[in-house]
Design a protein around this ligand. Structure first.
Ligand code: PFF
Length: 453
């Protein structure tokens, strides 16, 4: 993405409108869609989960995404600075702190999974992923993802992330992702078509799309809410930070809707790829975080030229993960630079060191730290659960109440209409959602999941 410096303004901005969409989609589309969505849907009963998830994307996700955009571009600040500028002298900025902490927690486990994508890509090239039997595949999978290997590959991934971050706000990677992300999408479509020919196609479709309403429990609802936040990069100021680099011509409403639709499409495509394969190869949909990595090689290696498909897929997934971790890292980096006066290099260093520390804890959850649990969860699963199901919705609650009730209506309108240049007809209804629907839904889901109602 080409960056230009706006006159008299110190902060970099994206040069084009497409840049705004490409970067937000780059942040939203990643492991959350391909890895986390299928495993969460699998654990939580398929169709019932999908319905709740879609509901949350449209009812809570889109208004909140717009709210984050408004705060980010309106203040041109990092998440902490955005709260502070809009409400000086109050402690709303604690939600900024919460977002920064959440981003570092997510980076800890996300980079472990992203490390597997790099490892699987290499194993596809060397042919190591092409196991002869079912047992060998499972065994091989355990070796690939064990603590030691995970730790090495996590750090390889973090090194890539570091190099991109140190080069400033993402020039090369964004340019590359403009080409690679459509390619990724195309590849997903090819695999979806392939799904159709698998013996378990209808069973998989049924599982994913046919909701069994009796399966909707508080944990399914909370899981779907968490997934919507995770997939749309919401509730921690990521989209706020990116919006602070948008130029003034970007249309926030359109950008939010386009991002949400593309993000949701990719998740559903991943489901259409994974579930037919799960049933065709006699696997269990509720295998948890390792589901996708166990299932995908099955799909690739029953195709002619399996190694090539596999290499290409994991390479593109690696890149999609990278555009997401760059956005996650940018939350704390922009904070360190703007609020703590660090140079960019130092800020990248600090953020990377914290990430490495957290990532080692998570990687070793697949090895020596497997037995170390808190509330019955190892570090990897604890960080995943707490960030998506507690911290992000909490941050989203803060943001919706703040923008809905405390930010001046005129400020919101100016951002959404570019000071009257465009129409934004849904302003009233959006503010209504931010004031009432989003907070009420998040609070009710929290209370419900702890058994209070
Ligand atoms: N939305 C990303 C994904 O689906 O992989 C993950 C993510 C990125 C979460 C950035 C949060 C965030 F701030």
């Amino acid at each position: 993405m080409e960056l230009i410096r706006e006159e008299k303004r110190e902060r970099a901005v994206f040069a084009t409108k497409l840049g705004a969409i490409a970067t937000t989609v780059g942040s939203a589309v990643g492991l959350g869609n391909i890895w986390r969505f299928p495993y969460e849907a699998g654990v939580h009963g398929g169709g019932a989960f999908l319905i709740c998830y879609l509901g949350f994307v449209f009812l809570i996700g889109i208004p909140l995404l717009i709210a984050e955009f408004v705060m980010g571009r309106g203040t041109r600040s990092n998440v902490f600075g955005a709260y502070r500028k809009l409400s000086p002298g109050t402690r709303w900025d604690l939600f900024g702190v919460l977002g920064i902490i959440t981003s570092l927690i997510i980076l800890s486990f996300y980079t472990v999974v992203a490390g597997w994508t790099a490892e699987f890509c290499l194993a596809s090239i060397t042919g190591e992923l092409n196991f002869a039997t079912e047992e060998a595949r499972h065994e091989g999978f355990m070796v690939l993802t064990n603590g030691g290997n995970s730790m090495i590959w996590t750090n390889v991934f973090i090194a890539f992330n570091f190099c991109i971050l140190i080069g400033g706000v993402t020039k090369g990677i964004e340019r590359a992702s403009n080409i690679l992300m459509p390619l990724f999408f195309l590849l997903l479509v090819v695999f979806c078509i392939n799904s159709f020919f698998l013996p378990g196609f209808w069973e998989g479709m049924n599982y994913l799309f046919w909701p069994d309403f009796s399966k909707i429990t508080p944990s399914v609802i909370l899981g779907a809410l968490g997934q919507a936040f995770f997939s749309m990069s919401l509730g921690l100021g990521c989209m706020m930070t990116y919006a602070s680099y948008f130029n003034s011509g970007s249309r926030l409403g359109k950008t939010a809707v386009t991002t949400s639709i593309l993000d949701t499409m990719v998740a559903v495509l991943a489901g259409v790829i994974i579930f037919p394969a799960v049933f065709s190869f006699g696997l269990s949909p509720s295998a948890g975080p390792t589901l996708v990595f166990e299932v995908l090689p099955h799909i690739f290696y029953q195709l002619p030229g399996g190694g090539i498909w596999s290499t290409l897929f994991f390479l593109l997934l690696f890149l999609a993960s990278l555009t997401s971790t760059v956005s996650l890292s940018e939350i704390s980096i922009s904070y360190f630079c703007e609020e703590k006066g660090m140079t960019r290099g130092k800020a990248v260093m600090v953020s990377t060191l914290i990430t490495i520390f957290g990532a080692i804890l998570c990687a070793l959850s697949f090895g020596p730290l497997a037995g170390f649990t808190i509330f019955g969860l190892d570090f990897f699963n604890l960080f995943d659960y707490v960030s998506s199901n507690v911290l992000m919705p909490l941050g989203g609650l803060g943001c919706s109440v703040f923008v809905g009730w405390f930010v001046k209506r005129q400020f919101i309108e100016n951002e959404l209409t570019d000071h009257g240049k465009y129409k934004f007809r849904l302003l009233k209804i959006m503010v209504f959602f931010l004031q009432w629907i989003c907070p009420a839904a998040i609070i009710l889901i929290f209370l419900n999941s702890i058994g209070a109602i």
